[in-house]
Design a binder for this molecule. Structure first.
Ligand code: TZP
Ligand code: MG
Length: 211
């Protein structure tokens, strides 16, 4: 499965703002967008996900739905991202079939190994540093933990770094062997950054050299 290297995680005070931001991300060349709409009722999530699919479809941008694999199927998204307290990736795979992208969240080497045993398509490993974007953050990893986890994980599955990442972090993070990066704050409000981040990430051969 061909996984984009830059993942834009949507942000906004309202569902409409999420959609506006998703559209801007698409305009600036995002290859993958994750709709991360928290604490909304099912109907609002479904309607927003439908609109996000319409927008991303227009740009051929991949759409991942956070937390809710059934919504991902209903709106014909490209996949789902499952956190540690969400459904098991095996259950999601059973429901979605092999063409959907399933990602999972990890904070430790053990988390990564569990996700690999459940055959996820990518792992979001973080947080790299403190971020206000997410409540109830897991322990901060920093560069050293990425180095340690990546050196012990002999896996072909793409590892995506996440959490408080800014442009200056990208070269060092790539050196640890990560495949790509998920960003929210560094993109929202500065959508033209996507072009820079895409260039930095797609120019990197670090991951390919390792495998
Ligand atoms: N999971 C771990 S950190 C995070 C998520 C969803 C937030 C990423 O957003 P930002 O603004 O790039 O820190
Ligand atoms: Mg979740």
């Amino acid at each position: 499965m061909n996984i984009p290297k830059l993942h834009y995680i949507s942000q906004g005070n309202t569902p409409e703002e999420h959609l506006e931001n998703i559209q801007k991300a698409c305009i600036y060349g995002a290859e993958l967008v994750q709709l991360r709409l928290k604490n909304r009722d099912e109907n609002t999530l479904l309607k927003t996900a439908e609109k996000a699919r319409e927008i991303t479809g227009h740009f051929q941008t991949r759409l991942i739905i956070n937390d809710h694999y059934k919504v991902a199927k209903i709106v014909n998204a490209d996949g789902v991202h499952l956190g540690k307290t969400d459904a098991c990736p095996l259950e999601a795979r059973e429901y979605l079939g092999k063409w959907f992208m399933i990602g999972g969240t990890a904070n430790t080497l053990e988390d990564c190994q569990i996700l690999l045993s459940k055959k996820v398509d990518y792992i979001g490993l973080g947080p790299f540093r403190f971020t206000k974007t997410k409540d109830n953050l897991s322990p901060i990893l920093g560069l050293e933990s990425y180095q340690s986890i990546l050196s012990q994980l002999q896996s072909e599955t793409p590892i995506i770094a996440i959490g408080g990442i800014i442009e200056q972090d990208i070269p060092e993070l790539l050196q640890t062997g990560i495949y790509g990066i998920a960003m929210s704050g560094a993109i929202t409000g500065n959508f033209n950054n996507i072009q820079t981040f895409n260039k930095l990430l797609n120019a990197s051969a670090t991951f390919e050299q390792r495998h």
